[in-house]
Design a protein around this ligand. Sequence first.
Ligand code: NAP
Length: 187
Amino acid sequence: MVSAAAGATGSVAGQIAKIAGARVVGIAGGPDKCRAVVEDFGFDACLDYRQGDLPAALKQQCPRGVDVYFDNVGGPILDAVLGRLAPKARVVLCGVISSYLTGEHPGPANYVNLLSKTALMQGFNALDQWSRFDEAFAALRQWEADGRLVHRETVMEGIESCVDALNGLFTGANIGKMLVKISEPSG
Ligand SMILES: NC(=O)c1ccc[n+]([C@@H]2O[C@H](COP(=O)([O-])OP(=O)(O)OC[C@H]3O[C@@H](n4cnc5c(N)ncnc54)[C@H](OP(=O)(O)O)[C@@H]3O)[C@@H](O)[C@H]2O)c1
């Protein structure tokens, strides 16, 4: 299970999980993003968290529970997935974009499932793995060359659009990596 699944981080995390052999379900905001998650990024399914009852959708899509959750958003989505953990599940805390703007990070009520499911929740910081970046890039490049890993970009034009681009991450304006094009490449 991957949240912000249509975004830069989530779309790649989910595709790597597919390459590793997992059945992968995304969570994203809106039908266009959910379509992209399945059709472009090859996830097995995608749940639209803006559309009604996420716990019910999780139950329907993952009746035996979630084994691994790669979380980019925190907040109510994290709480909903914690409510559906499988035994011995692993929860990766990659980001909490739902609460960066307020700076207040509400604790998940369903954390008690970590106890009842003897599950593990752990923070993840890509920079901790700096020594393995060459290894990671080599694998990512190979998967892309093989057509197993795709990426999409949302490009905004001009340096004056930087603020809108940054704000767009919080309103969900992007599919794939949000980029700002400052000028044409030289040479
Ligand atoms: N730990 C690390 O090493 C590391 C490294 C890079 C990034 N990150 C984290 O990874 C996350 C994604 O970063 P990114 O740069 O790849 O951005 P991104 O996923 O390309 O864009 C952010 C997406 O977050 C979703 N979102 C925004 N507010 C939300 C909310 N309140 N609830 C649910 N979803 C919300 C939006 O998608 P929807 O339209 O689907 O809501 C938006 O498109 C961030 O939390 C970032 O801090 C962590």
